[in-house]
Design a protein around this ligand. Structure first.
Ligand code: ADP
Ligand code: ADP
Length: 227
């Protein structure tokens, strides 16, 4: 059974002028447990829309998303999300932000300190535990966001262009780190990016969501050489 099963998903938005905008047309995609799949495609092809639907943050117009065979209805603790801007709580330190994730995951108080240390060091934020998000660089904020999401111990992690707002060198470091984290945690990951190089570097499998045409929208598998 796939960890994530996207079945015939359709999404139509109504724009400001009242016109229908079909963002997704009959999209099907399965992600196996432990698999790291990247969805690439040009701006506007519907990647964020698809991820938001999988996250339960947006309702599809048609179709269904299954998580371990169960339909996703609204947001779920089993799904962790990392967006472009980390969305940390600005009034909480790094430590408190990550601790929030542990709390959500129901980790008892005694076990939290050890897990906190583990996730903070996993994202190389040792020494920054007591800083507030505004005191960190963009790359550090993304790291803190990833640590918070990992701390929630979700079954699957959804990432929407998580590194696109950081400088190039930081991006390369974060990509390397994500590969290491991924190996250590063995999570199922669905990652959205417009950057094909990033996708090929990170993923087990890359799929292309074609630009939104009037009728046919398709998911194409991009063959990767054996990594
Ligand atoms: P991507 O993430 O690939 O850039 P999006 O999912 O953001 O694509 O958008 C897909 C399409 O849906 C685009 O044509 C976009 O303009 C349209 N769209 C997205 N959000 C809305 C909205 N709230 N209202 C109307 N149209 C929208
Ligand atoms: P509150 O009830 O305090 O408003 P929410 O449940 O709305 O808390 O979540 C607050 C923030 O926590 C969200 O803006 C989001 O950034 C983050 N969050 C919540 N659930 C998740 C999740 N499953 N994965 C990643 N971040 C999450």
């Amino acid at each position: 059974m796939p960890a994530i099963s996207i079945k015939n998903i359709n999404k139509t938005y109504i724009d400001q002028d009242g016109n229908e905008v079909q963002a997704l047309h009959d999209i099907n995609l399965d992600v196996a447990e432990g698999e790291f799949v990247c969805i690439v495609g040009p701006s506007g092809c519907g990647k964020s829309t698809l991820l938001e639907i999988v996250a339960g943050l947006l309702d599809a117009t048609g179709g269904e998303v299954m998580l371990d065979g169960q339909p996703v209805r609204g947001t779920s603790r089993d799904i962790g999300v990392v967006f472009q801007d980390a969305s940390l709580f600005p009034w909480r330190t790094v430590r408190k932000n990550v601790a929030f994730g542990l709390e959500i995951a129901g980790v008892p108080k005694e076990g939290r300190e050890e897990r906190l240390k583990r996730y903070i060091s996993m994202v190389s934020l040792n020494g920054f535990e007591n800083k507030y998000p505004a005191q960190l660089s963009g790359g550090m904020r993304q790291r803190a966001g990833i640590a918070r999401t990992l701390a929630m111990n979700p079954k699957v992690i959804l990432m929407d262009e998580p590194f696109s707002a950081v400088d190039h060198l930081t991006k390369c470091t974060l990509q390397e780190e994500l590969i290491n984290i991924r190996q250590a945690e063995n999570k199922t990951v669905l990652f959205v990016t417009h950057d094909i190089n990033e996708a090929v570097f990170l993923a087990d499998r890359v799929v292309l969501l074609s630009p939104r045409p009037s009728t046919i929208q398709k998911i194409y598998e991009i063959p990767l050489e054996q990594k």
